[in-house]
Design a protein around this ligand. Sequence first.
Ligand code: SIN
Length: 283
Amino acid sequence: MSITVRPLSYALGAEVQGVDVGKSLSNSEFDQIHRTFLESGILLFRDQKITREQHIAFSRRFGELDNHDSLPRDRHPDYPELLLVTNIPKENGKPSDSRYTGQQWHSDLSFTPVPSLGSLLRGITIPPVGGDTMFTNMYRAYDALSDGMKKMIEPLHGLHTGSRKVDDPNSDREKEQRKINPPIAQPVVRVHPETGKKALYIGEKVSCFVGMTVEESKPLIDYLVKHATRPQFVYRHQWKQDDIILWDNRCTMHIALGDYQEGEVRHLERTTVKGTPSGYYLQ
Ligand code: SIN
């Protein structure tokens, strides 16, 4: 069966059909997938009934995998390459640490010195309604800015933190996260290393710009996030069991909406492909 590609929206995304990612792909099949990935920013593969080992093996085709040292509580106990995104309570009955994962606009691992190239998220248990993820195209967001705004933001660096939307910002988890992942400065405009195109690099985990106060930075951060997430730049994904979505963290942002009934299970697992080192610590 040959590979076919169907756009998911005008802004970004493509569904790749005719591929079983659990099987080993020829170089020419992989090249076609990789080209579509660079063009579309996100790829959807439906009906992928695969094992954890197959998920990891397919992900490795895109590059070296992160072991999630920056998110130790959320990684799978037996597979450090897998990050759990789950609301299933822990064995001791306490709530899952990852129940709020991704509920802010962000790009994966932007709060570390090696932000991610791309992530592959596999839908294992999906609520009957909701639990959607939205993705936005940061090339389009950058291109749509005025020349004056582009010039103003070009030299800026944003301070990225590993903070999450949480019940308690002083929980052990949040304290631990602040210790492992001190804020890191990342450029607000990035050049994609493979396409050479400029993309906006901002998000709701950016607390301020280097050399500016939080109060001074906030209006511009809020504006850029609002601009980048205008509906015409966004694709909203309604998950089905056995979907795999691969996204390019260098030119997209995403958010988990958390829009599902309390009591429904939502369990997904993610691999995170390492990108190129970027950013600097202030002290
Ligand atoms: C993530 O940010 O990696 C998780 C997204 C989701 O759960 O939809």
